[in-house]
Design a protein around this ligand. Structure first.
Ligand SMILES: [Zn+2]
Length: 462
């Protein structure tokens, strides 16, 4: 059995071109039923080559005619170009036409340019490579594409990396340009006010020699009334103060209306808090409940540990347990003054001569002092967590921690044994944020009018 696939240009009188021949001999078995991946790759590559060459020929004929007087311009020379796409490359001869006499004697010859096409790379190839590279390592992206599609040239891991980082830099430049151009005036017509904003940070291994081992990446998430989320991320040493504020404001404006009723969450990091409050001066800042309880959990573990039970007599141990419980209760209900009193009571007990010198007492005093410092620094950001919780409002940065997980841990985390340069991580983070928010296709549609991205699947003939 033999099939011949022909491609015919309906606007042309030329003969159809054979794009593929599929032959089956021998008995039918599992391996010979239907198309193989090798045949499908060959088929796609041949169709792409024919299509690109025909489209280019048609385009060149139009370009050769002078738009002003209709004269056919003369040919100067050719140069070669390799068009790269998901469906293989096409080696093309691209002519340069001399200037038309109607434009004056000294008009220079011009290379033919296709609107929006830079470096002869198809936007779909850039889109798929950068989208996959934001999710999985560069080498695996190249392998997977190579496995399924005839993307021959322009698919080395280093090329995938370069393209993904270029897209990240383009997104970054676009954001800062927009911020400069609009002076970040939020459109009044945007519905769905922003309700909650949170920032948190994580660490990524540094690849540079003589570096300190890792660097900090800040991640944020903005939620609006519809619970739609918008993510943002940047490397802390790359974007400081104004640039970081621009990024935050730009993302806020994209997400919804800025009102006075916005709640912002952090883990108590003063830099992140300042950044949020400089972008949203009227917002209410709340310290994340789980970061607040973390030191209490450590204290509890020490107090109920074997050492403490051995070193503290029961008549000291029991009141300390009660004080610790009551401290947590007061923090939960937003009784800040009461909480400070409990801390003082605990410190007083730990300084009593009978136990003051014990190892556990020294350790607990250090922990309690750290907690006291943390609470004093964030005194005005302690809410009535109990009341918020009962009324169904947020008390924690869990929604930001999921962003940290999605943006950093899954692609750049230490467990993956990957090392990054701050510039590379920053650029890839921009692509990853767009992928997580499902907005990368929209960015490509802005850059390449008519770009379909992941449009609806084509109808297959019945
Ligand atoms: Zn002319």
């Amino acid at each position: 059995m033999k099939f011949t696939l022909l491609l015919k240009n309906e606007n042309d009188s030329s003969e159809p071109v054979i794009v593929s021949e599929i032959e089956r001999t021998g008995p039918l078995n599992a391996a010979s039923l239907g198309l193989t991946i090798a045949e499908s790759k060959c088929l796609l590559a041949n169709i792409q080559k024919e299509l690109v060459e025909s489209q280019l020929q048609c385009f060149l004929q139009e370009q050769r005619i002078c738009a002003r007087c209709g004269t056919r311009r003369t040919l100067k020379d050719y140069h070669t170009a390799c068009f790269k796409s998901l469906f293989g490359g096409a080696n093309l001869r691209v002519p340069r036409f001399n200037g038309c006499p109607c434009e004056g004697l000294h008009t220079r010859a011009q290379t033919v340019k296709i609107d929006g096409l830079a470096n002869w790379v198809s936007p779909e190839l850039e889109f798929i490579q950068s989208k996959m590279a934001a999710m999985i390592p560069y080498a695996r992206t190249a392998d997977l594409l190579d496995l399924l599609l005839p993307v021959a040239s322009g698919n080395a891991p280093s090329t995938v990396r370069r393209r993904a980082l270029n897209i990240g830099q383009r997104l970054d430049a676009e954001l800062h340009e927009a911020a400069d151009a609009t002076h970040i005036e939020c459109p009044k017509a945007v519905k769905n006010p922003v309700t909650v904003v949170g920032l948190d940070s994580g660490y990524v291994r540094d690849c540079r020699p003589h570096s300190e081992g890792s660097f900090e990446v800040v991640v944020g998430r903005i939620l609006n009334e519809n619970k739609d989320s918008r993510s943002l991320g940047f490397v802390r040493t790359i974007e400081i103060n104004t640039a970081a504020r621009h990024r935050l404001k730009q993302r806020l404006c994209e997400q919804g209306q800025i009102t006075d009723n916005i709640t912002v969450f952090t883990d108590g990091d003063s830099g992140l808090r300042c950044l949020l409050m400089s972008a949203l001066p009227k917002a209410t800042h709340i310290l994340d409940w789980y970061h607040l309880t973390r030191p209490l959990t450590v204290l509890k573990r020490v107090l109920f540990g074997k050492e403490a039970i051995k070193q503290f007599p029961t008549y000291y141990h029991d009141p300390l347990c009660k004080n610790l419980e009551s401290l947590k209760w007061r923090l939960w209900h937003g009784h800040v003054g009461g909480a400070f009193n409990r801390i003082r009571a605990i410190l007083f007990r730990l300084r009593l001569p009978t136990i003051a010198g014990k190892q556990v007492a020294v350790r607990m005093r250090r922990l309690i002092k750290e907690l006291l410092r943390y609470l004093k620094n964030n005194q005005d950001s302690l809410a009535n967590y109990g009341r918020r919780y009962r009324s169904g409002r947020r008390i924690s940065t869990a929604f930001v921690e999921s962003a940290v997980n999605q943006l950093i841990d899954k692609r750049m985390s230490k467990s993956q044994q990957m090392r990054w340069s701050p510039i590379g991580a920053h650029a890839l983070l921009q692509v990853r944020a767009e992928v997580v928010d499902d907005r990368l296709g929209a960015a490509f549609s802005r850059w390449y009018p008519g770009f379909a991205g992941q449009s609806k699947p084509l109808q297959v003939a019945a």
